[in-house]
Design a protein around this ligand. Structure first.
Ligand SMILES: [Zn+2]
Length: 434
């Protein structure tokens, strides 16, 4: 047998519930695939590159299932204010000034930041999304990039023109980069779409087979508005219009009744938990323990950096592991194992990258190596607990995506960190006159 990479003697977190930690072992990679997982070294194997991972934890790459990558441009610009103030007085005025160059520079920095903190795939929604798709291809990161009928002023010439605009984007990027990229249909939210555009989007999702990427039940006022307008909840009107008939990734899902959760379960919607953003904008606590109890697969995301304010999924895992204990007064409400499943396998499901998110033979080689020897992680008594409760993104040492090493010893291999930093600062100085 021939292998391109053999990770030796790592502590392995598999990503599988019930068998989350596999002890020390070896992981072999050939091409873009995991071709060996075992406690001992594979026999009679020619290996191109060996990685001594004795002080590392190997785990599936993290899947950031909801973000708006170019929003790193507005990181820390507005804080400690209401969602309406934050959005309408701070964020949107800056967004109105954004050029394609700004969006490209923002995407590049966001992707570099994500790789450096162990994220190997992200689900993105923004404007001029081809800039983000190109940046992802250049970096070699897995991404699912959304474009919808109302985005990028493409509805000005009517529905057929908007559909053609979207189709062109999907056909160019869905499956691009040896399967690294996927595309999806953005339906921003029930409050920015009317019933007609929701129905058009549902039909278009069915026609194209795209996953629907939507913000759903984020705030109390969104839910109240939908009841006022439609006499039902936002997810109720989504079901009614047919939007839930294919795969759906629904960000936030904070204000849910038991019936709303039953719809999520019945329609196999993947809710994406964004705890930092929900705390930052005081949206509330998503009922994650309640959803897990119903057998719903919940994914995890950072949301944009303007409401987080970074893209470190380890930070997100930490918060997701803690806040539900505090809210429910039950320390067993969400376990470390639950959180890793959310950040890995469930995120892969949300984005349509089913062969990622777990470490097993035949899966795509999306693997991170995390330094287990930082002072804050010693002694390493329980790697699963450590990943959620005491590790940060800065502990990630090596990142492999689709079999390609994109970071080694914390050095980015496919991106020029200095140039990315310089370009981002230049864009920010134009946007904020600094
Ligand atoms: Zn969002």
């Amino acid at each position: 047998m021939k292998m391109d990479i053999l990770i030796e003697n790592a502590r392995i977190i598999t990503g599988f519930a019930g068998a989350m930690y596999a002890g020390r072992g070896f992981i072999g990679i050939t091409g873009d695939e995991i071709t060996y997982v075992g406690e001992t070294a594979p026999e009679k194997t020619e290996v191109r590159k060996r990685i001594d991972a004795g002080r590392m934890i190997a785990m599936p790459g993290l899947m950031n299932a909801h973000t708006h990558s170019p929003m790193v441009l507005m990181r820390n610009y507005a804080a400690d204010r209401t969602l309406d103030d934050w959005l309408y007085k701070s964020i949107i005025p800056i967004e109105n000034k954004l050029t394609r160059e700004h969006i490209r520079n923002g995407s590049m920095l966001a992707i570099a930041e994500m790789i450096k903190s162990g994220t190997t795939a992200f689900l993105d929604m923004y404007f001029d999304v081809d800039c983000t798709a190109e940046a992802a291809l250049e970096a070699g990161i897995r991404a699912n990039v959304s474009l919808g009928l109302l985005t990028s002023h493409n509805m000005n010439n009517g529905l057929e023109d908007a559909k053609a605009f979207c189709r062109k984007f999907y056909s160019r990027y869905h499956g691009a980069g040896n399967g690294l990229l996927r595309t999806s249909l953005e339906v921003h939210s029930v409050y920015l779409y009317n019933e007609g555009t929701l129905r058009d989007s549902a039909e278009f999702a069915a026609e194209t087979g795209m996953t629907v990427n939507i913000h759903l039940h984020e705030t109390k006022s969104e839910v109240e508005r939908a009841y006022g307008e439609y006499g039902m909840s936002p997810i109720g009107i989504c079901r009614e219009t047919g939007l839930l008939d294919g795969p759906v990734a629904a960000a936030h899902t904070v204000w849910l009744t038991d019936q709303d959760m039953d719809i999520i379960k019945e329609k196999k919607v993947v809710p994406v938990h964004n705890p930092s953003s929900n705390m930052y904008l005081a949206s509330g606590f998503a009922p994650v323990p309640e959803m897990l109890a119903k057998g719903i697969r919940v994914a995890l995301g950072t949301d944009g950096a303007a409401s987080n304010n970074d893209l470190d999924m380890f930070g997100e895992m930490h918060i997701a592991g803690l806040i539900h204990k505090g809210r429910t007064l039950d320390p067993t409400a969400v376990s470390a194992e639950n959180v890793i499943e959310m950040a890995c396998a469930n995120g892969a499901q949300a984005m349509g990258f089913g062969a990622s998110g777990t470490i097993r033979t035949g899966n795509k080689a999306d693997i991170i190596l995390v330094d287990a020897d930082g002072l804050h992680n010693v002694p390493m008594l329980n790697p699963v607990n450590a990943m959620v409760y005491s590790t940060s993104g800065a502990d990630v040492d090596t990142v492999i995506i689709n079999g390609r090493t994109v970071m080694e010893n914390r050095r980015l291999m496919t991106m020029d960190e200095e140039k990315i930093r310089y370009n981002l600062k230049k864009s920010a100085s134009e946007l904020f006159n600094i």
